[in-house]
Design a protein around this ligand. Structure first.
Ligand code: GZL
Ligand code: ZN
Length: 320
């Protein structure tokens, strides 16, 4: 009996394989493009806006069958998700890599399986023949713009700064630190302490509580790699009886709704934008890759930057 069952199973698998579509084989076969999307998780307001934008773009009306995975900010879970997309035989894979290293093996597996990979938002350090294209933001420039604001604000006045870094090993955390450091060279800004708050509000608050216990009112400036950590820090600053935006100036990156509200309220002093609405461009790239078009390796989306007056004016109409 066992032998017969095995034979039937093999035949069935072969038939299913035949009916799969060209690229990935096992993807959807109702004319839709099956895309596996490995998202970082749901760590911030920025991430929610990015996920919403991606789900709206990879809709059935637009010709897609989206297989979505959020890796809860765990790099090993995100790599496992990509591996499962390869096993499912999707037509294309999109990744927002939590961290920039450790991707060579699974990207090689996708390449061997003939499944193209497109990166969105964060990038990674694997060689660019292992992915078709990347659409994202210039994180180094974002860091520079935040640093240029701080250098202008404080000049050569001795200024004590603490930093809430993004996720350790992520492209935005590495690049925003590098860009900012370059921009404040020659200013009076000194870094008292710099730790990761994992891009989350909760950790931003906890790490800022530690900074306040250590340095108290000696802190003049907080540089937060994203608004969510700045918003957590604001709660800690208020709990310590200090005024955010006055006793401790704050410069942040993202310009999500709650960050812009704090800017309008004078609790954050300057925000550099980081546009999360990448979905349409990523969907376009996936269609082009599958159509065999040649693509650039990188498409950079522009960012703005805002002061309090801008936030007050723009808040009512901002899409995120
Ligand atoms: C930047 C993005 C970062 C945001 C954070 O493009 O990867 O991740 O700045 C988010 O808010 O968590
Ligand atoms: Zn298919």
């Amino acid at each position: 009996m066992k032998k017969i069952l095995a034979t039937v199973a093999v035949a069935a698998a072969a038939l299913a394989g035949l009916s799969g579509c060209a690229a990935g084989g096992g993807g959807s076969d109702d004319g839709l493009i099956t895309v596996g999307f490995a998202q970082t998780g749901s760590e911030s307001g920025w991430r929610s806006a990015n996920t919403e934008s991606m789900k709206a773009a990879f809709s059935e009306e637009n010709g897609f069958n989206l297989v979505f995975n959020a890796a809860d900010n765990k790099p090993e879970a995100q790599i496992a998700a990509v591996r499962s997309f390869i096993n499912q035989g999707v037509d294309a894979i999109v990744i927002a890599p939590i961290v920039e290293d450790g991707w060579d093996d699974v990207l090689q597996e996708a390449k061997d399986a003939g499944i193209p990979v497109v990166l969105e938002d964060r990038t990674l350090t694997s060689s660019d023949d292992l992915y078709a294209s990347w659409v994202g933001l210039d994180f180094t420039r974002e860091g520079e713009r935040a640093g240029e604001w701080a250098a202008k604000e404080f000049g050569d006045t001795p200024t004590n700064m603490v930093v809430l870094e993004g996720t350790t090993g992520s492209a935005p955390a590495n690049d925003r630190a590098e860009g900012f450091a370059k921009a404040i060279e020659g200013s009076g800004i000194v870094t008292l302490d710099s730790q990761t708050g994992n891009f989350t509000r909760a950790d931003g608050k906890t790490v800022m509580e530690g900074f306040l216990q250590k340095y108290g009112s000696d802190i003049d400036l907080l540089y937060a790699h994203n608004d969510d950590m700045a918003l957590g820090a604001i709660e800690a600053i208020k709990a310590a009886g200090l005024q955010p935006g006055v006793d401790i100036k704050i410069v942040s990156i993202d310009a999500v709704h709650d960050g812009m509200q704090a800017l309008a309220d004078g609790e954050i002093n300057h925000i550099v934008e980081c546009n999360p609405l990448l979905g349409d461009q990523v969907a376009e790239l996936v269609k082009k890759v599958l159509a065999g078009d040649t693509l650039e390796k990188a498409y950079i989306v522009d960012d703005g930057e805002f002061d309090q007056a801008d936030a007050i004016e723009l808040l009512p109409t901002r899409p995120y």
